[in-house]
Design a protein around this ligand. Structure first.
Ligand code: THU
Length: 129
């Protein structure tokens, strides 16, 4: 878990968050052991920026995807930060109910929860397929 935490923390250090000054990092681990991380990226047209989890998902997809076992999220200014609503829906596209979500502070994981517990009864795109 330490490696996943460090990947999220390293990603957070690359955040481009000049407007909110709220750097966030996220890291996704798949069952093959690969880790895909990302940071939040803000732009001058504020609503067009995006979250760390979304950046991490982009790297995950580009690397070929796979079953997600663990996700870590960190924000240096908020211990135990959780993914925003939009990112919960995006993560739900690829994560499963049993995916472990690790909430962090600046020193490590402070809480681990099941993805299902943070995103119950989310919109299920299965019927669209
Ligand atoms: N942010 C994330 O990157 N992930 C979250 O789960 C919460 C919010 C970012 C978006 C924005 O760049 C900054 O944090 C403040 O909202």
């Amino acid at each position: 878990m330490q490696a996943l935490f460090e990947a999220a923390r390293d990603a957070m250090k690359r955040a481009h968050a000049p407007y909110s000054k709220f750097p966030v990092g996220a890291a996704i681990r798949t069952e093959d052991g690969l880790v895909h991380s990302g940071c939040n990226i803000e732009i001058a047209s504020y609503p067009e920026g995006w979250c760390a989890e979304t950046s991490a998902l982009s790297h995950y997809v580009m690397a070929g995807g796979g079953r997600i076992t663990d996700i870590a999220v960190i924000a240096e200014k908020m211990a135990g930060v959780t993914p925003c609503g939009g990112c919960r829906q995006r993560l739900a596209e690829f994560a499963g109910p049993d995916t472990r979500l690790h909430l962090c502070d600046n020193d490590g994981v402070v809480e681990t929860i099941r993805f299902e517990d943070i995103f119950p009864r989310g919109f299920d795109g299965e019927t669209l397929r």
